[in-house]
Design a binder for this molecule. Structure first.
Ligand code: ADP
Ligand code: MG
Length: 697
């Protein structure tokens, strides 16, 4: 018996040429890789349908009958096709071929009984099957009956004889050669508790299922295992870090924290805000380093939580920092925090790419001497020359724009890593968060401050622009302000800028009584800041902009967000943009302007926005529409390399895997019990970088 780590080249039926193709086309190097090259679907060859039953929306079906006639039909140019009338005793259906006619014409014999296999479609009100697989009834191989696994292959692989069938055959060879059982990777007790079939059984069944029910058991087992080990790895890292890195203990939470809480708080905190502050408080008293993710929809009030968190550090003579992804946002945070901490007499400064040299000098000095309490800024803070004397707390806002590596760099700002609070306004579906941020603790602000009226979202076609203007007119007369946002996509940048400038001219002409500002990425940052500042102060009434305003900017008096070409934006972006309004007590509006003709996807996005304001619901739809691949941050997480599980379709299994991993680590944090030995071995193999899933023994 070969070890599963053996190169694929030694497998019977492979050889050097095919091995090369398997490697370059399908990334299959070893027997183990091939064994875990799972089918992407199955076709049911257990059932034979009658022609009368066939409907156009059916998947692949199997029919049994006789070819009555075959003819080659002359098409335009050289596009001939071959059509066969195929009948059973319930009706007749057409079989059609467009290529390989010459050869097929001699192969397919009239009046012989065939099993025909293919996907029915409707063409010219007649049912047909294009390019069916055909086998004379007496030739049918027993092995091909039952549920048949279908494997992904590429054009090049197919040309070299490695189509789905051939891949299946190679895998059968491995299964037959491997006489002993494939090693188990999960503890017995858990397999029993969760009703998981053995790994050996699952691997065999997944490639050659006997029926749908056992197939499901095999899928469940293997999907669970895949999710489980990702979760075990993440949670194990979290645990390791907690054991390894002591955290600063902020035991004195009295002075600034209490002063602010009792005397300067501009509003009563929501229950959700209080709960999150308590969770953070608990973390910083636990002697462990905090790595917490704070999720809260736009406008849920994360900034004040960030402030309280930083005050905890300052009360204990540590410095604090707040990182924002853009200059505009860093500016805004600075302004807000500056005003709030003024009465406390705290020293706070702003560091961005455009901070003047003289100010930088002061910042460096005050950081070193400890005179600076809070540093707000952009990634400029991450530069090496920025040295804190004693950084105790780092808050990172809008995490999805920072990479994981940047998160890591904040760690190195101190000999001992500071506590870290990551805040995100992009709600991530819970399941995705588990995997993306599986190594962080999670808090959620699931409540908006009181008195907010839900934003009303309206869809308008471009032809109805006058209606949009009417609403703007009403709101502007009330003294409110308006955003008008244009898409800016790199590929069509030139045209997009033209639209933006045209729109700006248009609006200026239509609203002569009001001041109109403009904001886009090509403007120097001083000019951007100035434009933003004028809008904030109410000196401009309408702000025409690209998505530079997407993140975080807070202008409570703005009550209308018009999004032009809304169909070109993704859901999470639309939701972010909408979150720029509805920050005051008045009724706010979001108007999505689109052309009349919309793609199905586009319509779904617009409908979702009109239907709900709930960021979590929106993120779920987003995930369904786009798949995890396009959601920010998934690329580096390895989520796309899943072999069998699917973060969208298998959410329940993911949750179960997460809970199971958590329970196991709670009971046995270092996985030292004999029962868990197999987990430790597998984890260590994974961490070595080379996971040889099947070869673990
Ligand atoms: P986000 O979570 O989007 O960062 P912010 O922190 O910017 O939200 O808060 C949005 C607005 O709500 C701000 O104007 C803020 O002052 C206000 N706010 C926050 N918390 C409360 C509260 N508990 N009661 C009333 N207003 C609040
Ligand atoms: Mg914010």
């Amino acid at each position: 018996m070969n070890s599963l780590g053996t190169s694929i080249v030694y497998l019977k039926g492979v050889g050097p040429k095919r091995a090369e193709i398997l490697q370059s086309e399908l990334e299959i190097f070893t027997l183990s890789d091939l064994l875990t090259y799972f089918p992407f679907r199955y076709v049911d060859r257990t059932r034979i349908y009658t022609i009368a039953e066939i409907k156009p929306d059916m998947p692949y079906v199997q029919l049994k009958g006789i070819v009555k006639t075959i003819e080659v039909v002359q098409g335009k140019g050289r596009n001939n096709r071959m059509v066969a009338q195929f009948s059973d005793n319930t009706g007749t259906i057409e079989l059609v071929w467009f290529t390989g006619i010459k050869w097929l014409k001699d192969m397919i014999k009239p009046q012989v009984e065939y099993i025909v296999f293919g996907k029915p479609t409707e063409y010219n009100r007649k049912m047909n099957i294009a390019h069916p697989e055909m086998e004379a009834v007496h030739q049918q191989d027993e092995k091909d009956m039952g549920l048949q696994a279908v494997y992904n292959s590429t054009e090049k692989a197919k040309r070299n004889g490695l189509d789905s069938k051939a891949i299946g055959k190679l895998i059968r060879t491995i299964l037959e050669q491997h006489k002993t059982t494939f090693a188990e990777t999960l503890p017995d007790t858990w397999c029993r508790k969760l009703n998981l079939i053995s790994r050996d059984k699952a691997l065999r069944l997944i490639h050659a299922p006997t029926d749908w029910q056992t197939l499901q058991q095999a899928q469940f087992r293997l999907k669970f295992e895949e999710f489980f080990y990702i979760q075990l790895k993440l949670l194990n890292q979290l645990g390791l870090r907690k054991r390894q890195y002591p955290g600063f203990n902020f035991e004195h939470i009295d002075n600034f924290f209490h002063q602010f809480y009792h005397h300067h708080l501009p509003f009563a905190l929501t229950e959700a805000q209080k709960r999150v502050i308590r969770e953070i408080r608990h973390d910083v008293l636990s002697d462990k380093q905090m790595s917490r993710l704070l999720q809260g929809d736009v406008g849920s009030g994360k900034t004040i939580v960030a402030l309280f968190t930083m005050l905890m550090a300052i009360d204990n003579d540590y410095q604090a920092t707040l990182l924002a992804p853009t200059e505009i946002l860093a500016n805004q945070h600075f302004q807000t925090l500056y005003e709030m901490v003024q009465p406390l007499g705290l020293n706070i400064r702003l560091l961005t790419g455009s901070t003047k040299k003289s100010e930088r000098q002061i910042i460096h000095e005050e950081l070193a001497s400890g005179a600076l309490h809070i540093l707000v800024g952009t990634h400029a803070i991450l530069e090496e020359k920025v040295v804190f004397s004693n950084l105790g707390m780092a808050v990172i806002d809008e995490q999805h724009r920072f990479g994981v590596s940047q998160r890591a760099r904040i760690w190195q700002k101190n000999k001992q890593p500071p506590h870290i609070l990551v805040m995100t306004a992009t709600p991530i579906p819970r399941t995705l968060a588990m995997t993306l941020y599986g190594d962080l603790d999670v808090s959620v602000i699931d409540e908006l401050p009181p008195g907010r009226k839900p934003i009303e979202t309206i869809h308008r076609f471009e032809l109805d622009r006058q209606k949009v203007y009417n609403l703007l007119d009403i709101e502007l007369k009330k003294g409110r302000q308006v955003y008008i946002v244009y898409p800016l996509i790199e590929e069509s940048e030139k045209l997009d800028y033209k639209n933006l400038f045209d729109g700006y001219d248009h609006i200026k002409a239509a609203f002569t009584k009001y001041q109109v500002g403009i904001l886009h990425g090509r403007m120097p940052s001083e000019v951007k800041d100035m434009e933003m500042a004028r809008f904030l102060k109410g000196e401009t009434h309408i702000m025409v902009a690209t998505t530079v305003i997407e993140v975080g900017v807070n202008v409570p008096n703005a009550s209308v967000m018009v999004i032009e070409n809304a169909e070109r934006f993704g859901l999470s972006q639309l939701h972010q943009l909408r979150g720029r309004v509805g920050r005051g007590a008045e009724q706010s509006y979001c108007i999505l302007v689109t052309p009349y003709k919309l793609s199905e996807d586009g319509r779904k996005r617009i409908d979702t926005m009109v239907r709900t304001n709930d960021g979590f619901e929106i993120s779920e739809v987003d995930l369904q529409l786009r798949g995890p691949g396009d959601i920010d941050g998934t690329r580096q997480s390895g989520l796309l390399n899943l072999k069998i599980a699917d973060v969208v379709k298998d959410q329940k299994t993911l949750t179960l895997a997460r809970h199971t991993a958590q329970m196991i680590l709670d009971q046995d944090p270092e996985l030292t019990s004999p029962d868990n030995k197999v987990l430790l071995t597998t984890l260590n193999q994974m961490n070595k970088g080379k996971t040889n899933w099947a070869d673990i023994s």
